[in-house]
Design a protein around this ligand. Structure first.
Ligand code: C5P
Length: 229
């Protein structure tokens, strides 16, 4: 059996709207590696709590829900984003709403929930490699990852990217409210006691403000190549 820790991981962390999702997918495609969208896992649990009407601040019940919720990623086979099933039901669109994002951020502050979700995330480490997208991939989940990148971008640019994404999906949002939500979520993610959002000491920090996607993909691939040589 392959020792999981010998399987390479690229930990790609950063705040929402830093371009992580897009960059992670492009880099995983280029390397032919698996992909973990850890934010989708937190969102799926937040969504499951909404469906079951569980109080998000009830740490014990939330941790149980986090451990019990079945979360599956299904490749649509057309090069598009994975579809996300929560307890067997397609929740791909439901987990992308701002409500699900806010619920994810609230439960992500609960240490028992983070602990309950650890094994689910570690299970994604499969040969030939993994690109892990999140907030604490390089600091907590895969601290031994040989490649670590932390992506940032200005709050204004991140709000604008999110605005375009959500508008393209036909959702009714305003730029001002998105900027406000991003700032609130950033502050909560960065100040929580457990696994706060911060670059790992050994991460390469890349500011993506004003940079086109291919340029960032090239810089991330260069980090992998440099660390390998
Ligand atoms: O990346 P995404 O916006 O989908 O993540 C939703 C929320 O889940 C984040 O705001 C954050 O609070 C939480 N999260 C986390 N740790 C991760 C991934 C996401 O705390 N590794």
């Amino acid at each position: 059996m392959t020792n999981a820790t010998s399987i390479p991981v690229l930990a790609l962390d950063g705040p929402s709207g830093s371009g992580k999702g897009t960059i992670a997918r492009a880099v995983a495609d280029r390397l032919g590696w698996h992909m973990l969208d850890s934010g989708a896992i937190y969102r799926a649990v937040g969504h499951a709590a909404g469906v079951r009407d569980v109080d998000l601040s009830d740490a014990e019940t939330m941790a149980r829900l986090a451990a019990e919720t079945r979360i599956e990623f299904l490749d649509p086979g057309d090069g598009g984003d994975a579809r996300v099933f929560v307890d067997g039901v397609d929740a791909t669109d439901a987990i992308r709403t701002e409500t699900a994002g806010a619920a994810a951020s609230a439960i992500a502050a609960l240490p028992a929930v983070r602990k309950a979700l650890l094994d689910k995330q570690l299970a994604f480490r499969k040969s030939p490699g993994l690109v892990a997208d999140g907030r604490d991939m390089g600091t907590v989940v895969f601290p031994d990852a040989p490649f670590k990148v932390f992506l940032t971008a200005s709050p204004a640019e991140r709000a604008e990217r999110r605005y375009k994404q959500l508008k393209a999906k036909g959702l009714d949002v305003t730029l001002t409210s998105l900027l406000h939500e991003i700032e609130v979520r950033d502050a909560r993610d960065a100040s929580r006691a457990v696994a706060p959002l911060r670059p790992a000491g050994d991460a390469v920090v890349i500011d993506t403000t004003g940079q086109p996607i291919p340029a960032v993909v090239a810089q991330v691939l260069a980090v992998v190549r440099k660390a390998r040589s």
